[in-house]
Structures are given as C-alpha cells and as structure tokens.
Design a protein around this ligand. Sequence first.
Ligand code: SAH
Length: 291
Amino acid sequence: MRLQHTDTSVQRVSTLLLLGLGMWIILLIAQEHYQDSLPPRTQPGLVVSGKTSAQASDPNQAVPSNTAPENRQHPAFGERIQEREKMVNNQIKLRGVRDPNVLAAMNAVPRHAFVLPQYQAQAYADHPLPIDHNQTISQPYIVAFMTEALTLDPNDRVLEIGTGSGYQAAVCAEIAREVYSVEIIKPLAESAAKRLKALGYGNTHVKAGDGFFGWPEHAPFDAIIGTAAAGRIPPPLLEQLKINGRMILPEEDSQGFQYLILITKQSDGEIRRETILPVRFVPMTGEVEKR
Ligand code: SAH
C-alpha cells in the first residue's frame, strides 16, 4: 500500500517535471525562431539540454557531398572548423535538425567566407548578420531548418529566390545536384556568383533578376526556397514546382507577421500548404509588391 502510494507520487512528480521541461524547450525554440533577420544580439544566451544532443543523428551517416573534394581547394574550407562544429552541435542539432546531409552541409560550408570583414568575429554566431545593400545572411539554424524541410536528394534541382551572400545556395549545393538562384540586387548577384565560383560550387548558377518569375528556362524544380518575405506566393513559383516537389518560403500576413510556409505539390497537382513557424526575413521586392 505504502509502496504503491510512493510510486504514484514519484510518477506524478516525474510527469510534472517532464511537462515543465517540454514547455521550457517549446518556449526556447519559439524564442529562437523570432531571431532571424533581427539585429545581432550581444549575448547568444543559448541554453540547451544534453538529452536532445544524445538523440541527434550522427553526421557521419551522411551521403557523400555533391561538391567533389577536388573542388575543396579554397583555403576557407580548412579554416574555423571547430567553430563550425560547435555551431552545428549547439545551434542546429540541439534544436532538432536531424537530416545527416543537412548537418554535413552546415559543417562543410565555410560560413565566414560569406560574411563581411567587419562581422568576421560573429560569422558562426547564433544570429543573422548584415550583408551589403541592407540585406542579411540568415541565422545558421534557420538555414539548416529550411534546408531540412526541403528533404533534398542528391539528384534534386533546386531554385532559390534571394541569393544574398550565396550561403544558403552553397548549403543546398552540398546536397543537391544543381542550384539555380535568383537575386534582384545586381551587385549582390554578381558578388555571390563570384564567391560561389571561387569556393568551387560549380553546381550553383546565379542570375540577377526578379525571383517572382522564377527561372523558367530551368524549370521544373524538385525544391524551391525563398529567403525574402512577401504577402503572397508568386504564382510562377508554384507552376515551376515539380509534382511531389517541396517549396519553403516566408509569407507575411496582413498584420505584418511572417511565417515559414511549406508547400508540397501532390501527385494530382494539388497544392498542400502548412504554416510552419514565425520568422523575420527582409522583404521581397519587385513584381510581388504590385497588386
Ligand atoms: N539566402 C541569402 C539571404 C538573402 S536575404 C543568404 O544565404 O545570404 C534575401 C535576399 O532576397 C536579399 O538579397 C534580397 O535582395 C533578395 N530579394 C528580395 N526580393 C527579391 C526578388 N523579388 N527576387 C530575387 N531576390 C530578391
């Protein structure tokens, strides 16, 4: 009797503790999701539980990268490796990104090669950073999260809207066969193309233009990723998505709140859309602003 009573109390206490821990993790994740594209914080303030770490998958299980070792000539690949590993472990794995290909890609791409000289010290920090022309390179976790949502296959052809620094394109190019990326600010498109070429990402293709219209010459795509937010999803992007294709992009509602939307094109051509999480991205400009 007495023993049973103690057992029940222990059970109750553990259930309460687990519930508390669960709510705390949810709050932590929700808070971090709001960070994207916000000004850098001085204190990363990342507190994480070891349990989640043990559950995270092993990056050694990753399939070979699409960027061949002979293309790894650029010295940046050999620099700041420990910071990159720490970024993957503390910011990405612990928040639940599991896809071994995504973890391997985040480990491989030298993020500091995409960051301005004045922000080099923060290149692997847990927040977005300014790039030229008032744009931003996203928080590492958001890049990993969005890439995982695309469930990329080594044979996939990907379209990106908003090349920016080229970092997200490089992460996708580590996993997928070809990455086509469109950037509306011409000097950004030019510098990203140059950077990606210098790093050996021969499977990336950058075009200066309005991503509203996608890249019809190379359509249809297995996956589409948008990294600038608009009030509506450009219809040409839906058209250029393959059957069973996945698209992730931020959408802004009438009150100015942004959410990542995951779109899948069903086998009957129907569009399924899911609202994934609250985010903050720079605005998508050009045609999408005209109503
Ligand atoms: N993916 C980038 C982040 C870029 S921020 C990276 O990894 O660094 C979003 C980018 O979208 C900006 O560079 C902005 O100029 C671009 N952009 C905004 N509207 C666009 C449009 N209509 N077509 C293409 N690019 C656009």
